[in-house]
Design a binder for this molecule. Structure first.
Ligand SMILES: Nc1ncnc2c1ncn2[C@@H]1O[C@H](COP(=O)(O)OP(=O)(O)OP(=O)(O)O)[C@@H](O)[C@H]1O
Length: 296
């Protein structure tokens, strides 16, 4: 927890840094070693976090948005972020996850959700300026709801002094996944290395896909209009080779590292697209852990 002195200080001024203990070298290492095929996510996140964490008085909170196909590692990476940013990792009381299906299930209650969400964010930022908020499945959130947090994302909100500017917001969705997949497929067809894919190759089409999606929580949102997202983090579709790595690392965790025939069977059992070329896994590494049991 906080040092005694800062605990005293934070109860007075609400400026406690809680259990925020960023170790970005460890994060970088973990991303490089355990997240397969996501060079853009690694680069973008480490770079943005370095700047943000080293800035004593950030001008606005860090707002990042994860995009990509199912099973490509978005949730996994978000948990690695938490692991290397907070002392208690994913058990930290200063990290909050929202899922529309769980927390905002009924369209008719949107006004209540808005009120609740605003108070919830405000309360948690008051308790800890270094809070992190993860909004999952943004493409399933009722449009309009997320706008209540717009004031917390910008640089001009003054009600709570400057505390809220130290927070981190992460939005996660599949939006733009098709566009990312197309870029990756074109690189593959042109025999270009996927590591050559740059942010500028994918970001414009991700933004376009999000803006065009009427089901997305960012539909006509002030968050988009005011450009409050600092970093768009694209997740690329996974190759059979990445899936193989996923199977191996899963087996390793089960203490069964040498089952190469299982690696082969599981990797082979997934669906790949486009149908004729079988370039990318349709479900990334998502069903890998589950499937292993069939082939053991
Ligand atoms: N790029 C990757 N490198 C290593 N493991 C991965 C990767 N992508 C997925 N996995 C594995 O697959 C599991 C499921 O992935 P994850 O939940 O992160 O996908 P997601 O992108 O959040 O999918 P969805 O959009 O469906 O929620 C992870 O817990 C992890 O074990």
């Amino acid at each position: 927890g906080c040092w005694e002195l800062s605990a005293f200080h934070c109860s007075l001024y609400n400026s406690c840094d809680c259990s925020f203990r960023p170790d970005l070298d460890a994060l970088d290492c973990d991303l490089a070693r355990n997240v397969f095929g996501q060079h853009l996510a690694r680069e973008q996140l480490v770079k943005a976090l370095k700047v943000f964490v080293e800035t004593e008085r950030p001008s606005k909170p860090l707002v990042v948005s994860f995009h990509g196909w199912s099973g490509t590692g978005k949730t996994f990476v978000s948990s690695l972020l938490v692991k290397h940013l907070y002392k208690d990792g994913n058990r930290s009381p200063y990290v909050h996850r929202f899922s529309p299906i769980l927390h905002f299930p009924h369209a008719q209650n949107v006004n209540q959700y808005k009120e609740d969400l605003k108070l919830w964010i405000q309360g948690n930022l008051t308790a800890c300026s270094r809070s992190m908020f993860v909004f999952e499945e943004m493409d399933k959130m009722h449009p309009g709801l997320i706008d209540v947090i717009t004031p917390f994302l910008g640089s001009s909100w003054v009600v709570f002094g400057s505390n809220y500017k130290k927070a981190i917001f992460v939005f996660v969705s599949n939006s733009g996944g098709d566009a990312i997949n197309n870029v990756a497929l074109n690189f593959w067809r042109d025999h270009k290395d996927r590591e050559e894919i740059q942010l500028s190759d994918v970001v414009p089409s991700i933004t376009k896909a999000v803006i065009a999606d009427q089901e997305h929580g960012f539909w006509q949102s002030e968050i988009m209009k005011q450009n409050l997202i600092d970093v768009i983090v694209p997740f690329l579709p996974l190759r059979p080779n990445h899936v193989r790595h996923c199977v191996r690392s899963e087996l390793e965790q089960m203490g069964l590292a040498s089952e190469e025939d299982v690696v082969h069977s599981v990797t082979d059992s997934l669906v790949y697209f486009p149908e004729d070329e079988r370039v990318f896994s349709s479900t990334g590494c998502k069903t890998v852990a589950f499937r292993i049991n069939y082939y053991l």
